[in-house]
Design a protein around this ligand. Structure first.
Ligand code: FAD
Length: 370
């Protein structure tokens, strides 16, 4: 098979397929809280919940970690089920490997589900970057973050802060602290919730600096790089779902009794989507293996994220065209997917900017593979 999976990886895929069909698609979503609890318990029982967590917290630090996560996310998304975000436990994110006191105060409660975290990187245009000044009392932070997913419900934000004389650093900011102001809550087209924050002389202990001060950017970018691959995996799964839906649609007969797929132009579009899906999956699996090998896969993760997120956007768009007006009825799965996948061309770095980074990588640093 093209993905060249080991027996264990195939078993993971089979487990995810069964989980998507038997648990996610069968869930009664009329009571979302009960449904999420049910999904979480089933995911724990089947060993999927801890897939995102380090071995010291019951997860697995396997040699094929990125590939396993990609297989799981792609396979689950290929069923286009509800409650996908309830399947996996919180991953450590930028808190991975932190020492005391942050380990006990924030990392352990995060992994155990007792605290909720958000990621604060993006800032409004035309403002000074969020800055920090070390004083005898601790780190004093001023600034703004404009697009913090889940921020309104978060107990803390892992935020990029430019610390005077030290440089960009990742810092844990508890949201209940004096001076932390939830300036705005908003929802985006894909259905996710976000918040904008202002920080006015927020005092945090110096121990809330994650890792070494001044070395926050590589830590944040490593985390963003991992997430890019997972976004691509989910996008690839949705492409598979779209192709399956189209296959059934094109096998059925149209108003004149002819199979819909008998028309050349329709067939051409469908085949073209399959070409793109094949390329997308090949990139995804190759890049996940590269990342697992310990090689620098920054450029390849960016290339994969760009290609797969654009390919899924195109696939959903073409599928709507081939299915027709019914696909734009609000609760049609294609209409809903159309809204969901658009955000991916911006999240974890706008695709336009990632293209420029790939250009700089090869032209100025001689980095990147094809
Ligand atoms: C659903 C969703 C969830 C998000 N969650 C988070 C989160 O949890 N935490 C977080 O920190 N952020 C989050 N973001 C923000 C996201 O990371 C940013 O939207 C993204 O990085 C783009 O930044 P921006 O919106 O400021 O747009 P801009 O940076 O202004 O970019 C807009 C466009 O301007 C052009 N452009 C920008 N810079 C350049 C350049 N250097 N060269 C050439 N062209 C350029 C490009 O065409 C680009 O697409 C989220 C966004 C979305 C949509």
């Amino acid at each position: 098979m093209p993905e060249q999976l080991t027996t264990a990886e195939q078993q993971l895929r089979d487990t995810c397929q069964s989980f998507a069909n038997d648990v996610l698609l069968a869930a009664d979503t009329s009571d979302p809280i009960a449904a999420r609890t049910q999904v979480r318990e089933a995911s724990q029982a089947m060993g999927l919940f801890s897939l995102t967590q380090p071995s010291e917290f019951g997860g697995r630090d396997s040699a094929n970690r990125q590939l396993s996560l990609c297989i799981a996310r792609e396979t689950l998304a290929a069923a286009n089920p509800p409650l996908l975000d309830a399947v996996f436990g919180s991953s450590p994110g930028v808190l991975g490997g932190v020492e005391e006191p942050l380990r006990s105060s924030h990392l352990v409660p995060l992994i155990n589900g007792d605290k909720r975290a958000s990621f604060g990187f993006t800032e409004p245009d035309n403002v000074q970057p969020t800055s920090g000044r070390l004083t005898a009392e601790g780190l004093v932070i001023n600034g703004q973050k404009s697009y913090v997913t889940g921020g309104a419900d978060a107990d803390f934000i892992s935020a990029l802060v430019h610390i005077e004389d030290r440089g960009p650093s990742m810092v844990v900011i508890d949201t209940h602290l004096q001076g932390v102001d939830l300036a705005q809550r908003f929802n985006s087209l894909d259905g996710s919730h976000h918040a904008a924050f202002t920080f006015s002389n927020v005092l945090v202990p110096e121990t809330h600096i994650i890792g070494d001060a001044g070395k926050g950017l590589p830590r944040a970018l490593r985390q963003i790089g991992d997430v890019r691959l997972l976004v691509a995996a989910q996008a690839s799964g949705y492409m598979l779902w779209v192709l399956n839906l189209l296959k059934e649609h094109l096998a059925a007969r149209d108003k004149n009794g002819e199979p819909r797929g008998s028309k050349d132009v329709v067939r051409w579009h469908y085949a073209d989507l399959r070409v793109q899906a094949y390329a997308a999956r090949s990139m995804l699996y190759r890049t996940a293996r590269l990342a697992d090998s310990g090689a620098n896969a920054v450029n390849e993760s960016m290339a994969t994220k760009i290609f797969v997120t654009e390919a899924v956007g195109n696939a959903v768009d073409i599928a709507i065209q081939l299915v027709g007006g019914q696909a734009l009825v609000e609760d049609h799965p294609l209409a809903q997917l159309y809204q969901k996948v658009r955000a991916w061309r911006l999240v974890e770095g706008a695709n336009d900017v990632l293209r420029l980074n790939i250009g700089r990588g090869i032209l100025e640093l001689d980095k990147g593979r094809i």
